[in-house]
Design a protein around this ligand. Structure first.
Ligand SMILES: NC(=O)c1ccc[n+]([C@@H]2O[C@H](COP(=O)([O-])OP(=O)(O)OC[C@H]3O[C@@H](n4cnc5c(N)ncnc54)[C@H](OP(=O)(O)O)[C@@H]3O)[C@@H](O)[C@H]2O)c1
Length: 257
């Protein structure tokens, strides 16, 4: 049985790795993102690499008004949605006082309202069919605050709380909602964050990379595929009794017990 999965931010980084892993696990995958050309190319490459159907569909996670249309189109073109991976780009770096109201508002729409709207629309139909998986890609910033990523810390804590509440709604109908919290992961986003940190500190980028890496007991950033493996597991039937939790995938970096 081929299940249908929607993967946000599926053209690059963690989202692309998740799309690939879910396709290899036998899903029909719809990848979304804002840039049509990048999406089409990713879908073409992923279909060829995995032999599974991977379809592009332009969609902005922050555009709450577009969520219903996106889900309706997936239903019409690819069948009912079984797996929803709530992932997109990260918010702009900055400390809690650096960010202006407009930046807080757009980060709120990207990291909380957009994912919440999609989940709210998708969950009842999953419950009716007796199977559903929602996985929110967050960050270890919810476990160990990073002061220069204030929007991520604040709003990902909020979406983690929302995921916890959502996980209770249809738990008896086979629908689970969990978070995967990546640590340092080798993608464009990590390059952007470390570049911004280097600029703010007036220090060489390479030094910031070395420091960031030294803080990881595994002594390296994650490969996107290592984050994807956790998402695919939580999306699988094998994870049926894991609900409302946060799976940290960070090479041992987070300093909590
Ligand atoms: N990499 C890390 O070290 C790390 C660590 C912790 C948490 N995270 C988080 O994990 C998530 C994925 O990170 P990543 O490293 O894979 O990021 P990335 O390399 O920047 O890739 C982000 C992907 O999401 C898409 N995207 C961006 N904004 C979007 C939007 N509004 N709606 C839909 N798609 C959007 C981008 O394509 P378009 O621009 O075409 O839309 C791109 O394909 C982010 O939230 C990030 O903050 C990353």
């Amino acid at each position: 049985m081929r299940r249908t999965a929607l993967v946000g931010g599926g053209a690059a980084g963690i989202g692309r790795a998740v799309a690939e892993d879910l396709a290899r696990a036998g899903h029909r995958v719809v990848v979304t993102g804002r840039r049509p050309a990048a999406l089409e190319q990713a879908a073409r490459e992923l279909s060829a690499e995995t032999g599974a159907p991977v379809h592009p569909m332009v969609g902005d996670m922050a555009d709450t008004g577009a969520a219903a249309g996106l889900l309706a189109r997936i239903g019409e073109e690819h069948g009912p949605l079984d797996v929803l991976v709530l992932n997109a780009g990260g918010p702009p770096p900055g400390s809690v006082f650096d960010l202006g109201d407009d930046q807080w508002r757009s980060a709120f729409e990207l990291l909380l309202l957009g994912p919440l709207r999609l989940a709210r629309l998708a969950l009842p139909a999953m419950a009716q069919r007796g199977f559903g998986r929602v996985v929110v890609v967050t960050s270890t910033a919810v476990r160990q605050p990073q002061p220069d990523l204030a929007a991520s810390v604040v709003l990902r804590s909020a979406v983690t709380a929302a995921a916890k509440l959502l996980s209770r709604e249809y738990a008896a109908d086979g629908v689970t909602v969990n978070c995967v919290a990546p640590g340092a992961t080798a993608t464009e986003r990590r390059t952007q964050v470390l570049t911004s940190r280097a600029l703010a500190a007036g220090r060489p980028y390479e030094d910031l990379v070395a420091e960031d890496t030294a803080a990881v007991p595994a002594a390296r950033p994650a490969r996107p595929a290592e984050i994807a493996a956790a998402v695919t597991f939580l999306a699988s039937p094998a994870a049926s009794y894991i609900n409302g939790t946060v799976l940290t995938v960070d090479g041992g970096r987070t300093e909590t017990i």
